[in-house]
Ligand binder design. Structure first.
Ligand code: FES
Ligand code: FES
Length: 216
């Protein structure tokens, strides 16, 4: 008769527990798979979702990869190429659009997250015959050179002026007990997320100041 070996008995117990756990785990996965919603693509392919976006007052239904950014949907699916892809990582502001009136870097938000919101791009701000006041001011003050940053600058400026009017302070607002002033210092700080590689900042500032009704 074999001598009792506590170590061997412990090993057998551990193995039995592990085996039963594996059975339980297998059952859990099978149940989870049965409960999962139907895939919108075959196994191994990228799943897609239906999304309806409201852009510049019009609704657009489409089927997209849920990882698609709003910027890519605007440019590649809706052919609204005014919004530019400068850095694609939230650093340049060239892709700025308005979502419910607030400025968004569209390269940093997924399109599916903006379902149910009102999206406005540079194409929706004005028309060639009826420019938005900021578009007209940029033309008048030559607020661009190559124009790559311009759509983002204008969309950002539209929301920026609304932010000041709404009393939202910035990092340079000295007196937090009063409405922030319409000053070039405030404009520069608030527009600092929009980079202009051509350096047209002085003219951009002049355009914004004119629309705000203050001296540049
Ligand atoms: S492209 Fe979105 S911030 Fe630069
Ligand atoms: S006008 Fe060229 S990047 Fe601003």
């Amino acid at each position: 008769m074999t001598e009792f070996d506590p170590a061997r008995r412990k090993l057998l117990q551990t193995t039995a527990v592990a085996a039963s756990s594996a059975v339980l785990a297998t059952g859990t996965v099978a149940e989870a798979e049965a409960a999962a919603p139907a895939r919108s693509s075959a196994p191994g392919q990228v799943a897609t979702v239906n999304v309806t976006l409201r852009v510049n007052g019009a609704e657009h239904q489409m089927v997209i990869d849920p990882r698609t950014t709003l910027l890519d949907v605007l440019r590649e699916r809706l052919q609204l190429t005014g919004s530019k892809k400068g850095c694609d990582q939230g650093q340049c502001g060239a892709c700025t659009v308005l979502v419910d009136g607030r400025r968004f870097t569209s390269c940093l938000t997924l399109a599916v997250m903006q379902e149910g919101h009102e999206i406005t791009t540079i194409e929706g701000l004005g028309t060639p015959m009826h420019l938005h006041p900021l578009q007209a001011a940029f033309v008048k003050h030559d607020g661009y050179q190559c124009g790559f940053c311009t759509p983002g600058q204008i969309c950002s400026a539209v929301a920026m002026l609304d932010e000041i009017r709404a009393g939202t302070p910035s990092h340079v607002t000295a007196d937090l007990t009063r409405a922030p002033p319409m000053t070039p210092v405030e404009f520069r700080e608030r527009m600092s997320g929009n980079i202009c590689r051509c350096g047209a900042y002085m003219n951009i500032q002049a355009a914004i100041a004119e629309v705000a009704g203050v001296k540049p």
